[in-house]
Ligand binder design. Structure first.
Ligand code: CAA
Length: 261
């Protein structure tokens, strides 16, 4: 494990080929304000550009992944200020990260926090995780993709209840609805997420990158276009050294040595 650059609102470290970003505003239950989201974007982009890193983990504390966008920052905003703010774009910008991001979620995962977890590619939850979109209680609706990503993840019925009635999901419910990949005890969820990330980071980086791209495309396109893109990406991989190595290693019954080329 190694320490990296220090930030104001997040902690950043690596474990082997895994880059770990931890939200660190404990007094505000990791509420997400503009400086925090800028730091999250910067740190994840830095890991994305680093060839020694193969997969990313985004986490918070045991008590709160994040209790939402910072209400105190937004409370007095006018329509025009809200319109001109880059704030909510900072969630969508994370989609440009090419390496997989695993959200390791414990405790409160609400509003913009739930939206942040859903921008990630996978979610590992602790048994104490609580997912919700409580914006309705503030006289607003989710504004960082919640109505769209939640509906795609859990379906219309549950998404409606969460967005309109502030229904919270337990970790087990979230697992049942397909919002999260796995649930682990509180003492183990982060290790579990890092273990999953390390496993992904041990694969061919180029295949992992296009695999993420292809799966995410399923949410953006028609089936025919998605299958067409998949075929093109599949074909493209036959131009990589990793495809030759992976298949040669299988035939020779030895572990593959990936080059990311
Ligand atoms: N923004 C700003 N500050 C927040 C916050 C938020 N989203 N959530 C918690 N905090 C702050 C509290 O104001 C409090 O600060 P002070 O000690 O200075 O008063 C501190 O964190 C601890 O919070 P509580 O005392 O409320 O802790 P609790 O254990 O009693 O309750 C909670 C926990 C149920 C999560 C409660 O804090 C809560 O309901 N938070 C707000 C959740 C919310 O509405 N999130 C949606 C935000 S809007 C949004 O996200 C829009 C979008 O789509 C982008």
């Amino acid at each position: 494990m190694s320490e990296s650059k220090s930030y104001e609102n997040i902690l950043v470290r690596t474990e082997g080929r895994v880059g770990i970003v931890q939200l660190n505003r404990p007094k505000a239950l990791n509420a997400l304000d503009t400086p925090t989201m800028l730091e999250v974007n910067e740190a994840l982009a830095a890991f994305d550009a680093d060839d020694s890193i193969g997969c990313l983990v985004l986490t918070g504390s045991e008590k709160a992944f994040a209790a939402g966008a910072d209400i105190k920052q937004m409370a007095e905003a006018s329509v025009v200020q809200q319109l001109n703010m880059v704030f909510l774009d900072l969630w969508d910008r994370l989609q440009s990260v090419t390496k997989p991001i695993i959200a390791a979620v414990s405790g409160w995962c609400l509003g913009g926090g739930c939206e942040l977890a859903m921008v990630c590619d996978m979610i590992v939850a602790s048994e104490s995780a609580r997912f919700g979109q409580p914006e309705i209680n503030l006289g607003i609706i989710p504004g960082a993709g919640g109505t769209q990503r939640l509906t795609r993840a859990v379906g219309k019925a549950i998404a409606m209840e969460m967005v309109l009635a502030n229904r919270h999901l337990t970790a087990q419910e979230a697992l049942g609805y397909g919002l999260v990949n796995r649930v682990a005890p509180v003492e183990q969820y982060l290790d579990e997420a890092i273990k999953l990330a390390a496993d992904i980071a041990s694969k061919s980086p180029v295949a992992v990158r296009v695999g993420k791209e292809a799966v995410n495309k399923a949410f953006e396109t028609t089936l025919a276009e998605g299958v067409y893109l998949e075929r093109r990406l599949f074909t493209m991989l036959f131009g990589t050294e990793d495809q030759k190595e992976g298949m040669a290693a299988f035939i020779a019954k030895r572990p593959a040595e990936w080059k990311g080329k």
